[in-house]
Design a protein around this ligand. Structure first.
Ligand SMILES: Cc1cc2nc3c(=O)[nH]c(=O)nc-3n(C[C@H](O)[C@H](O)[C@H](O)COP(=O)(O)O)c2cc1C
Length: 258
């Protein structure tokens, strides 16, 4: 099956091309010859393309008359009030803002939802909080995510949120809030590993759901000693590294959509 969907190719345009299977999602610059502008070209010149998404085209038309501003959502995989990961992601958010992005933090503690249960979903539908998180995610082009490691993996609260938000709902298909979102991952932990093992799992989960997880990531070991009482990173070099991650995500989005 080949599905080409409302896209107007011009030679040299960038576009998002999604292969099937989905782990081959990626960004490509099309090199279609100038004399072959029709959508049929994709099928003839690149074998194996099943979907060409009009994402960039729609973003571009939204931003036609003005410069593109990256829209970034920052959150942590912890609901804890004094969460080290919330502190960490705030530093990356500042870096993104410094690079010209509009960056918004949201706290999973304000969006509590029951444990996912298919019977509950059938009976009561998707919780309002999950719908609100999905709407937030859909409204942004990229995510900054800092998450603790629980028993060498993703935290329950983050996985539960992802599971609810991934469910189809009305016109929203499965995983719609994750498709083509650029994501930068971080972790903070009191341990020497800094939570890095959880990031492997989170990377795999989000990639499988259609996110573009950027290669650069950061894990902060001994994180209980890394911040002052107001959540500022004590080590200036580390602070610059975290800010740079946020700025890099903003830069990536600008290259993608700007
Ligand atoms: C159930 C549980 C499991 C944990 N497992 C790990 C672990 O595998 N590796 C690790 O580095 N820290 C582990 N920790 C410690 C957390 O990294 C630490 O509590 C951290 O501060 C949590 O992140 P937060 O400050 O953002 O809430 C665990 C904590 C809990 C509560």
């Amino acid at each position: 099956m080949v599905l080409l969907h409302r896209i107007h190719f011009r030679p040299g345009n960038r576009c998002i091309i999604e292969h099937n299977p989905p782990e081959h999602v990626g960004l490509y610059r099309s090199t279609f010859p100038a004399n072959l502008p029709s959508i049929g070209v994709a099928n003839r010149t690149r074998s194996g393309i099943l979907f060409i998404l009009p994402v960039l085209e729609s973003r571009k038309s939204k931003n036609n008359a003005m410069a593109y501003t990256p829209q970034i959502l920052a959150f942590a995989g912890s609901t804890r009030a004094g969460s080290l990961n919330k502190h960490l992601v705030h530093h990356a958010l500042q870096g993104a803002k410094g690079a010209g992005a509009e960056a918004t933090f949201f706290d999973l503690a304000a969006y509590r939802m029951p444990l996912y249960d298919a019977d509950l979903e059938e009976r009561e539908g998707i919780p309002e909080t999950a719908k609100r998180v999905r709407a937030l995610m859909k409204d942004h082009d990229g995510f900054l995510l800092a998450s603790p490691e629980y028993n060498m993996s993703i935290t329950g609260v983050l996985k539960n949120t992802i599971d609810w938000v991934s469910r189809p709902d009305g016109d929203d298909g499965t995983c719609i809030a994750f498709h083509n979102k650029a994501v930068t991952l971080m972790s903070a932990s009191p341990s020497g590993f800094g939570g890095s093992r959880s990031l492997q799992h989170i990377r795999e989960i989000l990639s499988g759901m259609g996110c573009i997880v950027l290669p650069n990531q950061l894990s902060l070991p001994s994180a209980h000693k890394a911040f002052d009482s107001e959540g500022n990173l004590l080590d200036e070099r580390k602070q610059q590294q975290v800010s740079a991650l946020g700025a890099d995500l903003a830069g990536f989005l600008t290259r993608l959509y700007g």
